[in-house]
Design a protein around this ligand. Structure first.
Ligand SMILES: *Cc1c(COP(=O)(O)O)cnc(C)c1O
Length: 481
């Protein structure tokens, strides 16, 4: 038996490379990412079809493959087709980031593979995540009893928040049919899926009309809440936006909070896109009284420029998250956890559905501390000014109509041809911009109209990208006729 085990060990120990092998692997990977960054200087942001072989399960076999070949495969098959995030030209949807030290943070997290779910397993890891959650709570202006959790993204964070809102208000199988929630039709679609997953599909959804700047009309909100109360229903939840995905519109958090406290509703604020604009003065002036929300979702992988895989849920009173998520198992009896002792150190697992999870702290901790906050504040203010600049300039272009002045860093606009159908002109214009590929924008439908939009959020997006887009719009619009 010992011989058998030794023979297996001989094979399995290949999973632990020697220091020299590790060095070589790291050097090769570093060289590969450096050439990726160098390529980005001239690469198109969007390329639907640069010619790929495709990846499939047959590639995973018994045989080892040299790292050089795999890095080449990554370049050719992955860092090729679609939207490139290593350039600043991504102005579509809500652009992501990818600050370099975040990759090093992930590297540290993965090498140490410290378990961050329970403080007992790694006090430092849990503390790091707690510090990041606290920092975001402070940024939002939340009180001491606030808390939260680092999640994989905004959708997971939204699910967490809505489950806490459900439990805090005792929404169960009996009360669901009477429960009412209020949102606009600009609310992000992850809210619909969170409601579904949380067993809340049957809740009455009231679509509140918006003003001309796509913000929730609070007069209508009050009217809807009152009429639901009058007919014996149970108004439960208002979902406001601190930056909608479509237009970047920011609801007036203070007014929503007034109505929520008057009628005893949970106020959830979706700040997945807009939350980190709290870091700059321009953003704070727009976002208003976010601290009055009962729960807030923010995405560090958006405004903070982290790579994908970082969201956050914050609740004004962390007890609400703990009440929904804290569970206990006998096999964990050695771990000191906060369900037994309110003074026990913060354990992410007490505030989350997840138990074993990515150690998400270092990817955020490292960039924030290494750079300090100043460049992040500047990057966000820069994006707001870029959107204002684009809005001003596109409005001056012959034949173009600018949408409402941007609240944050998204601007909408349309091309209005002298004759012919506006929708088909805008579609053709968008196609021409995609064919060029140097910058990437997207479209949406607003008030029934096909509308173009540009969203500046990547830390890599600067004035030259916006100027390039403006130039491109002039040239491609001229070529339409
Ligand atoms: C991106 C976004 C979400 C969803 O977040 P993910 O991180 O993509 O899961 C929710 N709400 C708004 C306003 C967003 O912009």
């Amino acid at each position: 038996m010992r011989d058998k085990i030794r023979a297996l060990q001989n094979q399995s120990s290949r999973l632990e490379p020697s220091p020299d092998q590790r060095r070589e692997m790291a050097d090769l990977t570093w060289a590969s990412t450096e050439s990726m960054f160098a390529r980005a200087a001239t690469a198109r942001t969007y390329d639907p079809d640069p010619g790929r072989q495709g990846l499939d399960a047959s590639l995973i076999t018994e045989d080892p493959v040299p790292l050089e070949a795999l890095l080449r495969e990554f370049d050719e098959e992955v860092d090729s087709a679609g939207i490139r995030l290593t350039t600043g030209g991504h102005l579509g949807y809500i652009p992501g980031g990818g600050v370099y030290p975040a990759a090093l943070g992930d590297y540290l997290a993965a090498c140490s593979n410290r378990y961050s779910g329970v403080a007992f397993a790694c006090p430092g890891a849990a503390e790091m995540e707690h510090a990041l959650v606290r920092w975001m709570c402070n940024l939002a202006g939340y009180p001491k009893q606030a808390g939260g959790d680092l999640t994989s993204g905004g959708s997971a964070a939204t699910l967490s928040a809505l489950v806490a809102a459900r439990d805090a208000h005792g929404i169960d199988h009996e009360t669901i049919p009477q429960a009412c929630l209020y949102l606009t039709d600009q609310a992000h679609h992850c809210i619909g899926s969170a409601l579904h997953v949380a067993g809340l599909s049957a809740v009455q959804r009231r679509i509140v009309p918006m003003d001309s700047r796509h913000r929730m009309d609070t007069t209508f909100l009050r009217r809807l809440v009152e009429s639901d109360r009058a007919s014996g229903r149970k108004p439960w939840l208002v979902i406001g936006s601190a930056g909608t995905t479509d237009t970047g519109a920011v609801d007036t958090a203070g007014q929503l909070a007034d109505i929520c406290s008057e009628y005893g509703l949970w106020f959830h604020l979706d700040a997945a896109y807009g939350g980190f604009f709290l870091l700059c003065e321009e953003g704070r002036a727009v976002l208003g009284e976010v601290q009055r929300a009962d729960s807030i979702v923010m995405d560090p992988h958006k405004g903070l420029g982290l790579p994908f895989g970082s969201g956050a849920v914050l609740v004004r009173n962390r007890r609400h998250l703990a009440d929904s998520y804290r569970y206990y198992a006998d096999y964990m009896q050695d771990a000191i956890r906060s369900e037994r002792d309110e003074d026990a150190p913060y354990s992410p697992a007490d505030y989350s559905l997840e138990l074993s999870r990515h150690f998400r702290g270092p990817r955020m901790w490292l960039p924030l501390r290494l750079f300090g906050l100043k460049p992040f504040r500047a990057a966000l203010a820069e994006k707001m000014w870029l959107a204002r600049y684009f809005h001003r300039e596109v409005g001056k272009l012959p034949g173009f109509e600018a949408g409402p002045s941007p609240d944050l860093s998204i601007a909408t606009f349309r091309y209005l041809p002298r004759d012919g159908d506006a929708e088909s002109s805008n579609r053709r214009l968008l196609k021409a911009i995609h064919d060029d590929g140097q910058v990437f924008i997207t479209s949406t439908r607003l008030n029934g109209q096909f509308t173009l939009r540009m969203a500046a959020l990547s830390f890599r997006t600067h004035l030259e990208h916006i100027d390039y887009l403006l130039e491109l719009l002039i040239n491609k619009a001229a070529a339409l006729n």
